[in-house]
Each structure stands twice: as structure tokens, then as C-alpha cells.
Design a protein around this ligand. Structure first.
Ligand code: ADP
Ligand code: ZN
Length: 757
């Protein structure tokens, strides 16, 4: 790291002066309402450092703040925590969070403390002294959030309830609320005591949150918690940044190794069904040079804690675990989740895979499927003495194995399972990615078609392939050996010639006669290829492998070296404070820094993840590192590109600065004023297509953010198609992409990647 590099005069070379300035900014922001604010949006921005609420977080927060009960259904990684953490900071008293696992509590509390929020947890691992201190803080109303296990809250310790009644409790959050339902997949009897919550705290709003609730479980949560007046908030279950793959389980180890080789720097979880399997696999992986350890409930607690801790801190890259691992894992940079055994149900699968990519960056879920697993799992599905529940478990297992066998979009199947609608094509699961795509096959087609013509349309497809391959079989007629096409396709295997011939039949370039010895004839369309040089597009037997290079949804290039340096700096802080690195900053925050290069304290606040507290604590160090890097590499800040995000409204004064001089600029400015493409088209009496073309220009210059205009799944699909078909013809791309992707989408994605001709 270049710590001792001198600054140029324009940069903040004096740390003291810098701090003063930073203090001022912080103060200004605080006066803007940070400390005394009860405005959720301000708290989100100032304390957590995020631009805006996701999904329906805002609605949920407002509902809870109005004192009403809520059931929140959101996928893992969707952002449930903020739904009660933001209200907790708006409300005057303490928010009690019921949570099933100690590991989860500690992690959440660490994350809150790092943001400067007063939070604590109570559990049996603490000394009496520690507990007494927490009680004291509660009495003095000094805590905003208190995490505890259900039995602690409602157990026989009626004293504790009495205590809580004396202090100011503003809100109760029940995390992992499906644990209360016997119909769910993770029933925990201790959650049942929460049935008494409403009896004891009639006037305190309760928010129940879960990632996995089918209709039955959902109803059960409401019944068991004795909610009478409440609202259910359902969210789209889609996790767009997770790619789903199912691969055959036979000889999976080699496949797995290949995959891990290509992801050497990434963190991931590999799930196995049994404890012994985790140990064996971890051992094998270690033998093969990977940084992997096993984790299961049978290991000594201290060892388990140690491994979990190391994983969180990136000292262990791969955890090979039973499902005992993960409930409490909020690690945001898990890049892949592999299942080497079939999960018992979709809920579990979705929850486990949901642990990947909480930071919103590209992540992968890979499942190795073998039908043998289904048989094995059927035995586990037996719930002794409970026929009804056994039946439910078996049905759930059946839906799980179907997921692996379908030939349609896997994301759609998952989303439908949770009651969400979804398009037929997502562009980011193995089924969609392996969907046959058409490539320019004109030369291949010409070879086949002219062979058909030269053998006078009297032979079948195997014979045609033999001619092309120059076969010497007895069947081969002597006169055909002197044809110009004889042997011109030696280098291509017979199967491939057959594949293309079938394709030509499918697309009606050739016609196959009926009868015992079908022969091939040219159609009019086929003749046009031979005589008018029409082009032919056919599906190649493509097999797109799991992406080797992760696709990062980052519209602008980032400074890789700086990114690595920033990571090191973050890890240094994490070590010093003894917390996992992602608790200091997520990878996506660092990626933003390395992309937009903020060089002043003001710009720093535009980076997602920098709340007031973190900016104060770490801002200077991260800024200095970025400044050094930019000085050395003669780079300017790119923070103005960041501003384009969110369609910031311009003032009239700003607008008149830059009189639109051409038609595309008019469209651009209207867009920046917050109008949609359709509205601009209508107002300007131009087609939407034209407007999209105008905007494409500003995407290519970096002034507009592709993410605002094209959804991630479409983006990936277009990029993939462009790689296969090239960018010669938009029409060809359009024809090979799902219906929902417009010419405009294609144009904009090409612009974003500087692929426009
Ligand atoms: P869940 O509990 O639903 O699994 P989390 O609450 O842990 O998910 O949130 C997942 C990640 O998304 C966390 O890193 C969190 O800080 C981040 N996050 C949540 N809401 C927002 C938001 N509105 N803007 C930016 N990041 C968010
Ligand atoms: Zn799909």
C-alpha cells in the first residue's frame, strides 16, 4: 500500500483539517435530523447509509410505526432486518427481537454496533455481571434493540416479563417466525410460548418475519401469535442476482473441483446431508488444496464457533456443512452455495441458497442431483406417529425433486412455488442458459443441402452424412466418391452432421419423405439457400457451462487494484475490532468506492453503505487510500456518474446551463426530469424505440445507468446472446431472445458494453 505518498495541493493533505471538514458534514447531517429524527428515510440514509428502501420496506416500516401488527414474508437476503431496525430507531423505547440462534444475535448486534446503534443480546453464555449491565442499560432506556431467545422472553421467568412491563418497550420483532409452525420445515417447540405474547403486551406492535411461508405456515403464524388486526406484507421472492444450476450427481466431485478452481478467491457454502459426508468432503477438498472445513452439530461447540468465526472473517473460504450451519450467517459476500445432496424441501433449498449474494452481487446456487437421493430422503420424511405431517413432508420432497427434473425455467418454478408470478425465461438458470440458441450456420447448411441436391434427392440423412465425411463403407456408391462434396466434412463427427440435418428439417429447408426408407428433398426455402445465398440460423448443440467469470452488475469499470487495497484496509479494521469484515463494509460498498472514486468527504456520503457513524469512523482512511490511488494513477473522481443514478431532478437553473442542442439531448433531459420512456415518446410524438436509441447514447457515455433502464435478467440474456451471435444484426439478437426483451433493451445493453457499432 502506498501510505506515504505525498498529496497534491488540491487534496486534503492535512488530516486535522480534513477531520474538521468531515465533522462539519456530519454535524450538518445530524442537524438535518439524524439524532432526533423519527423520519425513517433519514434514519435509513444517515444511520445505515443506504439511498432508498427496497421492495416494500417503507410500507412495512410505516405500518409498524403506526402501532400495528405485521407479518413480513421476504426472501433470505431481501432485507427483513431493516423492517424492524429502522422503526426501532424511530421509536422512543427499546425494540425486543426474538431470534432462534445465539450466533444470529451476535452477528446482528455487531452489525448494529458498527453503525453506532445501541444494541445488545441476552443469553445464557453471558456472565451475571454482563447481564446485570444490560438490565441497567434497559432501565436507563439506553438500548434501542435487545435480542433474545423466545424462552428467555416468555419462559417461566415471569420476573423478566414484569421487568419489561416496567421499562418502555416500543416494538417486538419475531424473527424466523415460521419456527412457530408445525407445518413449516423448521418447527421449534420453544417458539410456541410466543403465543402468550399478546396476552402480556397487548398494546405493543409485533412484527413477525420469515423467508419461508407457504399459505399453511403463514396462517399458522397468525393463529399462534394470536394476531387479530394485522397486515401481511408479501414480497417478490425473486433473488435476481442468484443464478440457479442443477447438475447430474454422478461423479460430481470432479465437476465441483473444476468449479472451485475457478472460484478460488470466493467464499462459499457446500451443504451435505450427513455429518460424516461433510467431514469426508472437507477432507478431500483439503487434500486437493482448498481452504475448506467441515461444520455440523456433532462437533464440539468451541470448534464450531471457531470455524464459523473464521468463515465470517474469510480465513476459511469454504464451509462444508449440514443444514445446522447458516441460520445465523449474515455474511454478505457468500458467492456460491452448493448442494451435493438433495435438500428436503424447496423452503430449505431457497433459504440455503438465499445465503448467497446478500450484497446484491452475482452469486451462484448449484445443486448436484441424483434420483437416489429421493429414495434416501423418503425415509427421513417419516414423522413418527403423525400421518398428516408425514404426508406434507413427502409432498414437499416431491416438489423438490421435480425442481431438479423440469425442463422449464427453474427460477419460475421457485417463484411459482412461493406464489409469485414469473416470466417463462429468466436468462439466469441452467435451463434458460442452455436453451438452444441459433447461430449462423449458413456454410454447414450449404454443404448439407448441396449434397442432398448432388445425390439427386434420393438418399436419407445418414447417407448424406457419410458422403460429407467421405465414408468408404460398402453402401457408398462409386459415383458419389467423385462428388465435390465427398469428404469435405471429415473433421466433423457424424452426430453433428445428423444434428444439423435434423435442424434443416425442423426449419423446413429440407423435407423428409415418409415410408420405410425416407429420403431428403430440398424445399423452396432450401433451394433459396443454395441459389440465392440466403443465410441460415440453426441451433448448435451448445452447452453453456457454469459461468467462469462472475458477471458483476456494475455498469462502469472499476479499479481492480484499488478494490483489492480497499479490501485489505477493511480487513485490517475487521481484525482490529474482531468482527467479520463484511460488518465493517460489504464488498458492494468497496466496489462502489473503486468505481466512483470519491475524493472528498462530501462525495463519500454518496456511496451506499456510508452512514454517518461509519463515515466518521472509517471515512478518512478509505478516502486517503482512494486519493492516493487516484493521484498515482492520475485519475479523476467519477462520482458524477453516481449522481446520474436515481434520476435526480435538475433545477431550472441547472437545466438552462446546458441547452439541448440536439434531439437526443432533449430526450435525455426529459428522462432526467423523471419522465418515463413512454411519456417522452408520447410528448415528443416519437416512437419509444427512438427514445431508447437516444438514451443509449448517454448510457454509452456513462451518464445514464443501465441498471435503471434494463432489468438484470434481461441484461444478462442480451449480453450472453451478443457474445454468441455478435452484434452485427439486432434482428438476429431479437429473434434469439425471449419476447419480453425489446429492441430498445438490446440497444441499451450493447451501449452499456460499448458494443454498438
Ligand atoms: P434478511 O434478514 O431478509 O435475510 P438482511 O436484513 O440481512 O436480509 O439484508 C440483506 C442485506 O441487504 C444486508 O446486507 C442489508 O444491509 C442489505 N439491505 C437491506 N435493505 C437495504 C436497502 N434498502 N438498501 C441497501 N441495502 C439494504
Ligand atoms: Zn430460467
Amino acid at each position: 500500500m502506498r501510505r506515504n505518498k505525498s498529496f497534491t495541493a488540491t487534496k486534503q493533505s492535512n488530516p486535522k483539517k480534513f477531520l474538521n471538514k468531515l465533522d462539519k458534514v456530519i454535524l450538518a447531517r445530524m442537524n438535518n435530523g439524524m439524532t432526533a429524527s423519527t423520519d425513517p428515510k433519514k434514519i435509513l440514509q444517515n444511520v445505515f447509509g443506504y439511498d432508498s428502501f427496497r421492495h416494500n420496506q417503507q410500507e412495512i416500516v410505516e405500518h409498524v410505526l403506526a402501532g400495528k401488527d405485521a407479518v413480513v414474508l421476504m426472501p433470505t437476503g431481501g432485507g427483513k432486518s431493516l423492517c424492524y431496525q429502522v422503526p426501532a430507531l424511530c421509536l422512543p423505547g427499546v425494540t425486543i427481537v426474538v431470534s432462534p440462534l445465539i450466533a444470529l444475535m451476535k452477528d446482528q448486534v455487531d452489525a448494529l454496533l458498527v453503525n453506532g446503534i445501541k444494541a445488545a443480546f441476552l443469553n445464557s453464555s453471558q456472565s451475571t455481571g454482563e447481564q446485570a449491565f444490560i438490565f441497567q442499560q434497559l432501565k436507563a432506556n439506553q438500548l434501542k434493540l435487545l435480542y433474545l431467545a423466545p424462552e428467555r422472553l416468555m419462559g417461566n421467568e415471569s420476573q423478566f416479563i414484569q421487568f419489561l412491563k416496567q421499562i418502555q418497550v416500543s416494538l417486538i420483532a419475531v424473527d424466523e417466525a415460521h419456527c412457530i409452525s408445525q407445518w413449516g420445515h423448521d418447527f421449534r417447540p420453544e417458539y410456541l410460548i410466543l403465543g402468550k405474547l399478546k396476552e402480556n403486551f397487548a398494546n405493543i406492535p409485533v412484527i413477525a418475519l420469515t423467508a419461508t411461508a407457504d399459505a399453511l405456515t403463514q396462517k399458522d403464524i397468525i393463529d399462534k401469535l394470536a394476531f387479530t388486526s394485522y397486515r401481511v406484507f408479501e414480497n417478490s421472492f425473486n433473488r435476481a442476482n442468484i443464478f440457479y444450476y442443477v447438475k447430474p450427481k454422478r461423479n460430481y466431485y470432479e465437476d465441483l473441483i473444476n468449479y472451485l478452481e475457478n472460484h478460488k478467491n470466493d467464499s462459499g457454502i457446500i451443504y451435505c446431508l450427513s455429518r460424516s459426508a461433510t467431514e469426508k468432503l472437507a477432507e478431500d477438498l483439503k487434500q486437493d488444496g482448498f481452504n475448506a472445513e467441515a461444520y455440523h452439530a456433532g462437533l464440539e461447540k468451541s470448534l464450531r464457533d471457531d470455524r464459523q468465526e473464521k468463515f465470517l472473517k474469510d480465513d476459511i473460504k469454504i464451509i462444508v456443512a449440514t443444514i445446522a450451519f447458516g441460520m445465523g450467517i449474515n455474511k454478505s459476500n457468500v458467492r456460491f452455495v452448493v448442494h451435493v445432496d438433495l435438500p428436503k424441501n424447496i423452503e430449505g433449498y431457497y433459504q440455503e441458497t438465499g445465503r448467497a449474494g446478500r450484497d446484491g452481487l452475482h452469486s451462484e446456487a448449484i445443486l448436484f442431483y441424483g434420483a437416489g437421493d429421493v429414495i434416501k430422503l423418503k425415509r427421513f420424511a417419516e414423522v413418527e406417529g403423525n400421518e398428516a405431517q408425514t404426508k406434507i413432508m413427502l409432498q414437499k420432497l416431491d416438489k423438490m425433486s421435480r425442481f431438479c427434473e423440469i425442463k422449464t425455467c427453474r427460477r419460475k418454478y421457485l417463484l411459482n412455488y412461493f406464489g409469485d408470478d414469473a416470466p417463462d425465461y429468466c436468462g439466469s438458470c441452467d435451463v434458460c442458459l442452455n436453451k438452444p440458441v441459433l447461430t449462423d450456420s449458413t456454410i454447414t447448411a450449404q454443404k448439407i443441402l448441396s449434397t442432398v441436391a448432388r445425390v439427386k434427392e434420393s438418399f436419407g440423412m445418414r447417407y448424406i452424412a457419410d458422403v460429407l465425411r467421405g465414408s468408404n463403407s460398402e453402401r457408398m456408391r462409386e459415383e458419389h466418391k467423385s462428388l465435390s462434396v465427398y469428404g469435405i466434412g471429415k473433421d466433423v463427427v457424424k452426430e453433428e452432421w445428423l444434428h444439423y440435418t435434423k435442424e434443416l428439417i425442423n426449419y423446413e429447408y429440407l423435407q423428409q419423405t415418409d415410408g420405410q426408407y425416407p429420403v431428403l428433398r430440398l424445399t423452396e426455402k432450401g433451394k433459396a439457400v443454395l441459389f440465392k445465398k440466403e443465410k441460415v440460423y440453426l441451433s448448435a448443440p451448445v452447452n453453456i457451462e457454469i459461468a467462469k467469470e462472475p458477471v458483476v452488475f456494475q455498469q462502469h469499470p472499476y479499479e481492480k487494484e484499488l478494490f483489492d487495497n480497499l479490501k485489505q484496509l477493511r480487513n485490517k479494521f475487521a481484525r482490529e475490532e474482531n468482527v467479520p469484515s463484511y460488518i465493517i463494509f460489504s464488498d458492494s460498498t468497496l466496489l462502489d468506492l473503486a468505481t466512483y472514486l470519491p475524493l472528498s468527504e462530501k462525495d463519500l456520503f454518496k456511496i451506499s453503505g456510508f452512514g454517518t457513524f461509519k463515515a466518521e469512523k472509517y471515512g478518512k482512511s478509505f478516502l486517503e487510500l482512494t486519493q492516493d490511488y487516484c493521484n498515482e494513477h492520475k485519475l479523476q473522481t467519477r462520482i458524477h456518474l453516481k449522481e446520474a443514478k436515481g434520476g435526480r431532478k435538475q433545477t431550472t437553473a441547472e437545466r438552462s446551463d446546458r441547452r439541448p442542442s440536439d434531439t437526443k439531448q432533449v430526450s435525455y433531459q426529459m428522462y432526467k426530469e423523471g419522465k418515463t420512456i413512454a411519456e417522452i415518446a408520447e410528448e415528443r410524438n416519437l416512437s419509444a424505440n427512438t427514445i431508447e436509441t437516444h438514451l443509449s447514447y448517454y448510457i454509452s457515455t456513462g451518464e445514464l445507468d443501465i441498471n435503471e433502464l434494463v432489468e438484470a435478467d434481461k441484461y444478462v440474456a442480451v449480453k450472453k446472446a451478443a457474445e454468441i451471435f455478435g452484434t452485427e444484426s439486432l434482428r438476429i439478437l431479437k429473434e434469439n431472445l425471449p419476447e419480453k426483451i425489446s429492441y430498445g433493451d438490446i440497444r441499451m445493453v450493447l451501449a452499456a458494453n460499448n458494443m454498438v457499432k
